[in-house]
Design a protein around this ligand. Structure first.
Ligand SMILES: Nc1nc2c(ncn2[C@@H]2O[C@H](COP(=O)(O)OP(=O)(O)OP(=O)(O)O)[C@@H](O)[C@H]2O)c(=O)[nH]1
Ligand SMILES: [Mg+2]
Length: 307
């Protein structure tokens, strides 16, 4: 087993994870679609039987996948260091598989981070994203465990994919003992399971990346944890100060990034949900205003045919 295991869920998860070439990352592909899986040159494939895609209908995936969530983790043992669950939140497969898998991993005590790509090209996509987000929150409530989610939205597909790949490379650096110092698996654990080291109740924390500069958190939000990725031992974090902080010192001479701060933010989840709800309401208001024209027909035949 490598240092990191990625569970790539649904079409988007599979597409993005196929592009990961790092030997220290194990990728497990989980999908409902036979055609998506055909192109994968790996044995780490879990196909949800009895389906051929979900056609963006989340309930279909829920029925089939819920009873077999733990089968995935038995067949493909999770990483002791870090597990990343990635998929679209706007389709019918990844939007269900990812929250079920991520919450199961968290419940079993594994260091886990979910990455969710949100697309908003249609009402269905926004609705699914909201359902998937609420599922993360609902699972966190039921399990009484914190879940860390890195959402990506408002960007084009290629940029979203790039952001996911960049974030995965940063996360794998966090557990890479060869090229870093000072940051242990236990530090990552305290960052993810923030309820153990702070007085905050478990909920869904939103993970964000930023450069190490002073900033003021948005109203209604609070930075519960931060990890500073830096080459410079004397670097320190700029305010806002988090409740928990870890420093990961990058010793790799080829690392060229300037200081990067990974934040875990409480309250931001609500802002994201509100933002998507507003988008949805705008679309439904427009639909209301712009009534679809219809025509009245008088069939001549009993079966509805008009002759
Ligand atoms: N960023 C990104 N977005 C994608 C990609 N493929 C599809 N999408 C978008 O994500 C949404 C969900 O698509 P998929 O990820 O294929 O959905 P799924 O999870 O496989 O679910 P179903 O196809 O309904 O079974 C689509 O409506 C697209 O807008 C991809 O490779 N990258
Ligand atoms: Mg699909």
């Amino acid at each position: 087993m490598g240092k990191v295991t990625i569970f790539a869920c649904g079409g988007t998860g599979v597409n993005i994870a196929k592009r990961i070439g790092d030997l220290d990352i194990d990728v497990v592909f989980v999908d409902t679609s036979v055609s998506n899986m055909k192109t994968i040159k790996s044995d780490n494939v879990f196909l949800v039987e009895g389906m051929d895609g979900a056609g963006k209908l989340m309930s279909a995936t829920y029925e089939e996948f819920k009873p077999i969530v733990t089968d995935v983790l038995m067949k493909f043992p999770p990483s002791k260091n870090l597990n990343i669950v990635v998929g679209s939140m706007s389709g019918g497969s990844g939007a269900v598989i990812a929250p079920l898998l991520a919450s199961q991993l968290v419940d079993e005590g594994y260091n886990t981070l979910a990455i969710g790509v949100i697309s908003d090209h249609s009402t269905t996509e926004i609705n699914n994203a909201l359902r998937s987000l609420r599922s993360y929150r609902g699972r966190s409530n039921v399990l009484k465990k914190p879940i860390s989610l890195f959402p990506i939205h408002g960007v084009r597909r290629s940029e979203a994919d790039q952001t996911v790949l960049h974030f995965i490379s940063l996360l794998s650096l966090l557990v890479d003992k060869k090229h870093t110092a000072e940051f242990d698996t236990a530090d990552l654990r305290s960052f993810l399971f923030f309820d153990r080291v702070t007085d905050n109740a478990p909920t869904v924390a939103i993970i964000e990346l930023m450069s190490n500069e002073a900033f003021v958190p948005e109203k209604g939000t609070s930075v519960v944890g931060s990890v500073l990725l830096t080459k410079d031992q004397s670097s320190t974090i700029y305010p806002a100060y988090p409740e928990y902080m870890g420093t990961c010192l990058v010793t790799d001479p080829d690392y060229t990034n300037s200081d990067i701060r990974i934040n875990s933010v409480l309250g931001k989840f609500s802002l994201l949900v509100e933002h998507l709800e507003t988008k949805l309401k705008t679309q439904s208001d427009q639909k209301h205003l712009n009534k679809v024209r219809d025509v009245t027909v008088s069939p001549t035949q009993d079966d509805g045919m008009c002759l």
